[in-house]
Every structure is written in structure tokens, then in C-alpha cells.
Design a binder for this molecule. Structure first.
Ligand code: SIN
Length: 276
């Protein structure tokens, strides 16, 4: 297995490895690489849906998204689908999958199934590197805080997604909910301190005024979205991405209107997040 950093702070490309046929030693090595980088890119994989499932189940326990349609092949595989005539895409703004759950997701494994001829990249941000590089006074201001994460504003009644042409693909309106998490967590595997708030799902700080929360959240978001903490991945047939939801954000570019894009996503169950 060969591991090559993708950019200064953002991800690594794992080559000379097939996810469908890795042995137990390679799986152990991959776990260590995943803990180190939190974002792995693979090219030229032969990973049909049953192998996608098998790899995910070897790595962890699958948790099904409450809102997305699932694939024909398995109720454990979520579809991230944009039809040719659809304007809105899923995940078009920075977010962390499932941060609105009490037990948030460990990670997500995304496999390209149908790609536009160009565009449709996924962008990522590294929240451990962003935390490390934060000015000390900003670190002080967020010390000990907790934040409320939700999905109601997106998937609830009159939620943003329900008002778009994505609505017919979504279920789960009755399964919306909130959770609170520490704003700075200790990553369970790497032991690093990580900023755990995201623009998609974090609503405000617990016991804070909404407007004051927004000001500080925006300051944090501007810090994270700087080029030195982010990268963009261009999908090709056979590409797979595996990201750690405890230490990354991602967003999908919506720059291929008139073309279809279909991805298969499997999300893995994490554990309760502890404050750093
Ligand atoms: C997602 O938000 O999980 C989708 C990412 C993508 O479609 O690139």
C-alpha cells in the first residue's frame, strides 16, 4: 500500500491497494492511515455495491441515513443522486454528515457510480489542522463550549431541502432532531484536538444568544475555509473517497447542470464525542 499526501493538510491518496480484496494486515494498516489523515482517496477501484458493503462492514458498523433514498442494491447504501433536470444537489454546502445525531457518524465511504463529463468535485476541509492553526485567543473563546446541531432546518417541514426540487428524493420528515456536542473534541483514534462545528448543521452554542452564536460561528467558519485547510477531489470512474466525519467537512460542487451524477454512500457508526 502506498500513501501519498494529497495536499499540505488535506487527505492522502492510497494506491497499490484494492478495497475489495484487502487482507487483514492491509485492513489494520488502512485503519492507522485513516486515523492519521482522516480523509483517503482511492483510484481505479473495482467496488460494486456488494463489495462496497463488505468493505464497510469489515471496517465498522453501518448506520443508515434518515433522509436519503437508498439504492436498489441495498437498503444500507444511500444514494446521493442528482438527475439531469434537477437544479439542487445534495450536500452543496459545507457540512459534516450526521453531526445532528447524539452518536455521530465515524465516517462515510463514497463511491462514484455515474459522473458528469466535467465538474462535480467534492471539497474537503481538515478540522484538526484548522484547530491547531487557530490563534490562541480564538481557542480560548471556544474553550469548554458546547454547540447544538440539527437537521430540522434542512429536512423538517418547510426545511430548505423540502423547498427545492430535491424534495421528492427525501424521506424522514418525522425523524428530525437535534444533539449537542463539545465544540472542541478529542479525536477518539488520533487523540488530536478537533473543532467540531459545521455550517450545515450547527445552529448555535448551548446557553448562548442566537445572534452572538452566529457571529462566533462565522468567525470559526471563515478560519476553516481557508485554502491551507481545504482541498478539492476530482472524481473519475473507479474513484472512492473515505472521510472521517469527526475531523472533516465536505461539500459537493454543483457545476454540471443538465447532467446526471450518482454516488453511493455508506456511513459508519461512531461513538459519543468527548470534549478535549
Ligand atoms: C455528501 O454530502 O455526502 C455528498 C458528497 C458528494 O456528493 O460529493
Amino acid at each position: 500500500m502506498k500513501v501519498t499526501p494529497y495536499s499540505e493538510n488535506c487527505g492522502a491518496v492510497v494506491s497499490e491497494l484494492q478495497l475489495a480484496t484487502l487482507d487483514d494486515n492491509q485492513l489494520a494498516e488502512l485503519r492507522a492511515v485513516f486515523a492519521e489523515y482522516g480523509l483517503l482517496f482511492f483510484r481505479d477501484q473495482d467496488l460494486p455495491p456488494q463489495e462496497h458493503l463488505r468493505f464497510a462492514q469489515r471496517f465498522g458498523t453501518i448506520v443508515v441515513n434518515k433522509f436519503f433514498k437508498t439504492s436498489e442494491e441495498s437498503p444500507l447504501i444511500a444514494e446521493v443522486r442528482k438527475e439531469k433536470d434537477q437544479q439542487t444537489n445534495i450536500g452543496g454546502g459545507w457540512h459534516t454528515d450526521h453531526s445532528y445525531d447524539e452518536i455521530p457518524a465515524l465516517g462515510s465511504i463514497l463511491v462514484a457510480r455515474t459522473l458528469p463529463t466535467s465538474g462535480g468535485n467534492t471539497q474537503f476541509a481538515n478540522l484538526a489542522a484548522a484547530y491547531d492553526a487557530m490563534p490562541d485567543d480564538l481557542k480560548k473563546r471556544i474553550e469548554g463550549l458546547r454547540a447544538i446541531h440539527s437537521n430540522k432546518h434542512l429536512y423538517g417541514e418547510n426545511g430548505l431541502y423540502r423547498l427545492t426540487d430535491l424534495a421528492s428524493q427525501l424521506g424522514g420528515m418525522d425523524r428530525v432532531g437535534d444533539a449537542t456536542h463539545p465544540v472542541v473534541i478529542r479525536h477518539p483514534e488520533s487523540g488530536r484536538k478537533v473543532l467540531y462545528v459545521n455550517p450545515g448543521h450547527t445552529i448555535q452554542f448551548e446557553d448562548w444568544d442566537f445572534a452572538e452564536s452566529r457571529k462566533l460561528l462565522d468567525e470559526l467558519y471563515m478560519h476553516v475555509a481557508q485554502p491551507q485547510f481545504t482541498c478539492s477531489f476530482n472524481w473519475l470512474p473507479g474513484s472512492v473517497t473515505f472521510w472521517d466525519n469527526r475531523c472533516t467537512w465536505h461539500q459537493a460542487d454543483n457545476d454540471y447542470q443538465g447532467q446526471m451524477r450518482l454516488m453511493h454512500r455508506i456511513t459508519l457508526q461512531g461513538s459519543e464525542l468527548a470534549a478535549a
